[in-house]
Design a binder for this molecule. Structure first.
Ligand code: 5GP
Length: 193
């Protein structure tokens, strides 16, 4: 499950709630060069590494995709993703649209979900609550608008007006996607065997 959203749309809260509901659904922990924010845990929210380390990993081909975002590097580990999927787990990848496109190409059966705030004014006030300085906020707003344009090629769009409803919608998408015929054929064939 690829999840993208402009910052301030409530993506992290939705993902946390969903992850608690489905034990076989795991969070794909990305690598990043940015510093941890208060409360973020290394290995859980991100794997925080230096730029040199990140670049060495790029050179070794360790990422399925990686991007530079706000001057920092972010990437999805090939090895960790493969290991989870081989264990039969599903994954939530919280990544921005360029990464989402790359993952879709790499894993055509992935499902992409774009989370949007109910309105632009709502997005602005959510960004303001993060307490970053005005320049950072303005930059994030511009990036958010660019990202919102990308929403149109995602499989699903969820407007996060009320958190519980948005979580419910996400849950519905996940359950419906798990029930698709092409994901169940092996189990059906077992009946005939
Ligand atoms: P933040 O620094 O706010 O945690 O994340 C900034 C942006 O980077 C978010 O849109 C987040 O989804 C995205 N991001 C986080 N990890 C990855 C990754 O591994 N690959 C890509 N392409 N984007 C990522």
């Amino acid at each position: 499950m690829i999840v993208s959203a402009p910052s301030g749309a409530g993506k992290t809260s939705i993902c946390r709630k969903i992850l608690r509901m489905f034990p076989d659904l795991r969070f794909s922990v990305s690598y990043t060069t940015r510093l941890p924010r208060p409360g973020e845990v290394n290995g859980k929210d991100y794997i925080f590494i230096s730029e040199d380390d990140f670049r060495a990993r790029i050179a070794r081909g360790e990422f399925i995709e990686w991007v530079e975002n706000y001057g920092q590097l972010y990437g999805t580990s090939k090895k960790a993703t493969k290991a989870f999927l081989e264990q039969g787990c599903d994954l939530i990848l919280d990544i921005e649209p360029r990464g989402a496109k790359a993952i879709r190409e790499h894993y055509p059966r992935s499902v992409s979900v774009f989370i949007l705030p109910p309105s632009l004014s709502d997005l602005k006030s959510r960004l303001a609550k993060r307490g970053e300085n005005a320049a950072v906020m303005e930059r994030r707003l511009q990036t958010s608008l660019d990202e919102i344009r990308e929403a149109l090629w995602y499989d699903y769009i969820i407007f996060n007006e009320r958190l519980d409803e948005a979580v419910d919608q996400f849950r519905a998408v996940y359950i419906a996607e798990k029930s698709r015929r092409d994901r169940c054929t092996e189990r059906v064939e077992a009946f005939f065997k």
